[in-house]
Design a protein around this ligand. Sequence first.
Ligand SMILES: [Zn+2]
Length: 366
Amino acid sequence: MEEVVVSGRVLRGSRFQPGHVVVRRGRIHRVHRGERVDADLRGLILPALVNAHTHLGDSVAGRPPRMSLRALVGPGGYKHRILERTPRPRLVEAMRHALREAALTGSALCGDFREGGLDGARALRKAARAGGTAEPVVFGRPHPGEPLAPLLRVVDGLGMSSTSDHPGEWLADLRREARRAGRLFAIHAGEAHRRDIEPALALEPDLLIHLTQATPGDLRRAADRDIPVVVCPRSNIATRVARPPRRPPVAAMLRAGLRVALGTDNAMLHPPNLWAEMETAARLYLPQPATLLRMATENGLQALRRGPGGLQRGAPARLLVLDPDSPRLRDPLAGVVRRTRPDDILGLLQGDRWLHLRNRRNPAKS
Ligand SMILES: [Zn+2]
């Protein structure tokens, strides 16, 4: 599509105002005041969501029985045993469904930690090839001893478990090689305990996941190094890893100046629906709706190094159009954050393609 025009009320700061957005060749061309009658789609217009941390392959595992975090997701644990015995076509199909669900619930991008070495990363790329899915930002994880160069050519970065789960020298090598190849290096830290936070910071990662057990000092050190963090509040509740009240310290993170993004984590625990994560985060923390929406949009984009986000001229178009007549969205911004359901989404535009259009059956085939 050469040009797409969406019109209605456009999010500016924390308010929706009458306006329209012109997208040319997949990029934001202009944001105008005032509505336009000949638009392709009309509604409430805002940046698309970014699910900054997922493990979509885990959707093959189904809801797990109660067990420790290490037994659940650690090396050789429950999910890894299931992933190892899952035939590749089934894994690809499960990830395709999960990426489609992410798009249907408003996410243009998923920052996905993809285990399984080179073949695991290729399986995720294949899952995204069908179209109509969220785009994965692929954080691969090599098998120990696996040659790294082929994997680094396929992935956007490396996504590791924790410094408690991998040998330190290997992690330092991976970090160095990722940097040399111009790829990101991300790692979980402070999920079950804080012992792995300091060693993770020493690796100078591009992205940290969780920091649930972080002290104010840990948060300050991460903020000083300008390392973004992705929090996954529902995952922390489900895995019961954190001490009660089992929440990442989001208010302290924001006070420390950290860039905080949101993710839905393991797909066997929660499908990749970021609205559900936002609703939980709103209940737990009650931050301003604009702050929460920023965590779910531009902070996620920045965490995944996919640009400044927002509706700036020249930025790649990633736009959501919501139903202005939805009874749930009467108080628009608070309603958007707390009450949007998938059927309130009229369209999700990524570049020059509709990943999802409510009134069209299969936008991927358009
Ligand atoms: Zn994770």
